[in-house]
Design a protein around this ligand. Structure first.
Ligand SMILES: Nc1ncnc2c1ncn2[C@@H]1O[C@H](COP(=O)(O)OP(=O)(O)OP(=O)(O)O)[C@@H](O)[C@H]1O
Length: 355
């Protein structure tokens, strides 16, 4: 059975102050999908969510829950959606009152409201805050309350516009985990706008990259990471190594040159001007791993910088005018690499993505 999409856009455009800020040929999301929306500042991500929440006028066709949004009752459609913003828009009053607000117009008995609010607060571990004034919460607490308020109405479509941006990493991870589990348990569809691709990998099953109001890639998050459609997406997903290259396409294989002596071959015929190499696909030389054998590409260079990190260090190595960035497991202090130390690197051409 083909499932009816929760939302379907066809030829949707939005103009703001004389400029087209959203231009979507086709976009559809199935029930239960967890979709991340990424894009540089001004790409149109918030505009997309605002259109879906019927907050912004548009041209073209938008269907929500199988109904044409232009002719459907806005209130009926909105009751099936909820949106959470980066700013915690809580009203004066207690946490309980804020979360109960979404249920207020549904004429539910008081006991049902109490139970639903308590359950929503429980999900995000903030039941103990129920009687506190919303204005006096910390950023993380307020964001949990906003999520509880959005979820108390059991929305079928949840729109999240960077609600985790201001939270500390452990709170973010905890909230994303809770939200993912909850969405899966309820078969809820979620669109999450995020600038953090680690969150995207953690939360979403599908990632949509936007630029200049258009969708430029729509695929599994891992596909964007390994095979970005263009340089904008490569930068969005944090691709550390984007090198200029020249290619010599042959009938069966293509020679890709980064410099005169750093080159490799790829099967097939390719045209490209850029070569992407993820930092975790470059290895420090280790004779036990026999990286020297072709098709591994072996490069000698000098460490320029070591940027400490949790679990892994980011190491910049200069070789023939190119700076390679690689991730290496953090070592004992005594054994650490330093600027000026000669090193040998290796990467496999299969990890290279050409643009
Ligand atoms: N209220 C507004 N009036 C006029 N133009 C606007 C308004 N809000 C946004 N825009 C413009 O619309 C375009 C898309 O903005 P939008 O907020 O959708 O992008 P975004 O991808 O969410 O960006 P960011 O990552 O910075 O939040 C931008 O060029 C922006 O300047």
């Amino acid at each position: 059975m083909v499932m009816q999409p929760v939302l379907r856009m066809t030829g949707v455009k939005v103009r703001r102050q004389g400029r087209t800020v959203l231009d979507i040929d086709h976009f559809a999301v199935a029930p239960g999908e967890l979709v991340a929306i990424i894009g540089p500042n001004g790409a149109g991500k918030s505009s997309l969510l605002q259109v879906l929440n019927l907050l912004l006028p548009y041209c073209g066709k938008l269907e929500l829950f199988g109904q044409n949004a232009a002719t459907a009752q806005p209130l009926t459609v909105r009751r099936r959606c909820a949106m959470v913003f980066q700013e915690t828009l809580l009203l004066d009053g207690t946490v309980f009152e804020n979360v109960a607000l979404g249920l207020k117009f549904r004429r539910l008995p008081r006991e049902v409201v109490n139970d639903k609010v308590a359950a929503a607060l429980d999900v995000f571990h903030c039941r103990h805050l129920a009687d506190r004034q919303a204005a006096r919460l910390s950023g993380g607490e307020a964001q949990r309350v906003c999520l509880a308020r959005a979820l108390v109405t059991d929305p079928e479509l949840l729109l999240l516009d960077e609600p985790f941006a201001a939270l500390d990493p452990s709170t973010r991870t905890a909230l994303l985990t809770e939200l993912r589990q909850l969405a899966q348990a309820r078969s809820m569809t979620v669109l999450l706008v995020s600038h953090n691709f680690a969150d995207v990998l953690y939360f979403a099953d599908r990632a949509v990259a936007m630029a200049h109001g258009r969708i430029i890639q729509d695929d599994y998050p891992e596909a964007l990471l390994r095979h970005p459609a263009n340089e904008i997406v490569a930068r969005l997903v944090g691709m550390d190594n984007i090198f200029a290259c020249t290619v010599e396409p042959g009938s069966e294989q293509t020679v890709v040159r980064l410099t005169e002596s750093i080159w490799f071959t790829l099967p097939g015929r390719h045209e490209a001007v850029r070569c992407c190499l993820p930092a975790d696909a470059i290895y420090l030389w280790d004779e036990r791993l026999s990286f020297a054998r072709p098709p591994w590409v072996v490069v000698d260079g000098i460490v320029r910088q070591v940027v400490p990190g949790i679990g892994a260090e980011r190491i910049m190595v200069q070789a023939e005018g190119i700076v390679f960035t690689l991730l290496a497991p953090r070592r004992q202090d005594t054994n650490r690499l330093q600027a000026g130390v000669p090193v040998r690197l290796a990467f496999h051409p299969a990890d290279v993505h050409l643009l």
